[in-house]
Design a protein around this ligand. Sequence first.
Ligand SMILES: *Cc1c(COP(=O)(O)O)cnc(C)c1O
Length: 429
Amino acid sequence: MNLSRSEELFERSQKLMPGGVNSPVRSFGGVGGTPPFLARGNGSHVWDVDGNEYVDFLGSWGPLILGHANPVVVEAVQKAAADGTSFGAPTEKELLLAELITGALPSIEMMRLVSSGTEATMSAIRMARAFVGRSKIIKFNGNYHGHADGLLVKAGSGMATHGVPTSAGVPESYAAETLVAEYNDLDSVKELFAANVNQIAAIIIEPVAGNMGIVPPNPGFLQALRKLTRDEGALLIFDEVISGFRVGLHGAQGLYGVTPDLTCLGKIIGGGLPVGAYGGREEIMRMAAPLGPAYQAGTLSGNPLAVSAGIACLTELGKPGVYERLNELGALAEQGVRAAADATGTQVTVNRVGSAFTTFFAEAPITTWSEAADADTERYANYFHGLLERGVYTAPSQFEAGFVSLAHTDDDLAFAADQVRAAFESLPN
Ligand SMILES: *Cc1c(COP(=O)(O)O)cnc(C)c1O
């Protein structure tokens, strides 16, 4: 595979940007080698600057559920741009996106648009602390909620790939407000409540974990957290930045039938442009300025381009049969990997929820961070490069999700399955 132009660009980028990238996992630190610099995407395919073509299972880390350059989204963005790219004043489009979101997620009675998932979780936690009047929060080992200071504690994928438990630059006094429980382990949560009586404002959780690879909640786990938080006077925050509009039109909360107090969104709701949102019970959201004493703002919040892309994307997703098709494609992807593993005697575990899946080089079951962390990352790196050089683009880390989009075809998945089998065959023993 010729990557000469990417190599040249990567060398120049490394002089100007840490690791040559604007977000760490893009640097291929976990798998080695030069990241292809991408030039173009269309549907389920992307092309790099050297002209190599790939079937894409990264989907920009989740947002591109309609595939690249979806014509409806592109047209919406072009039209919006022609009408002005930002006003810093209210627009009708923001209201339309809010109506689409709250229509699909009835637990969100009131909401705010922001510009990233990081801002969404940071702001939701601020509202939770303001409402409950306590300062500590519980998060789960291996869950990622963006890079706000207090959330960079045992935060899965990016940090795990680079071996950082808690980020440098986060004051210990601040990290001490974040308590860490084990995913799918209710006792670990109960212990934290018992040791911190009346101090915990909220639990924040990825209701389907996506940042330690895909790890679904054990049956009853989310329901138990719902009951526990109510008993303890704390709030339950679902970080659905990945799972929102991915695992179903009504998110993980709809799929598992658990109603959180607050929800964080991002990725898909921006249709590939920078957006986030947080919202929930009205009495909590009334804490936000200008109604309440908790400040939160944004110059580009509700940006017309991003909001237009979001409206187009959510409108497409609301059409009948969309999630059935996504689930069907996800099942095909999973079957392809399983069949290749059986045929080649390769030990892997596939976790999947709908159109999101992870192939772990580890034994089943994988329900906790420590089980995920047991995966053979060196073998994954080998597999990753085996796929890349065969024209299949996946996440450059064991602890990430693969995403199938509506633009993927049965042929794409058959092609990918063949390459998975070839990549398995070429793994060292
Ligand atoms: C991606 C992600 C975030 C952060 O969103 P950004 O837009 O990257 O800031 C937060 N939570 C979860 C679950 C995510 O997957």
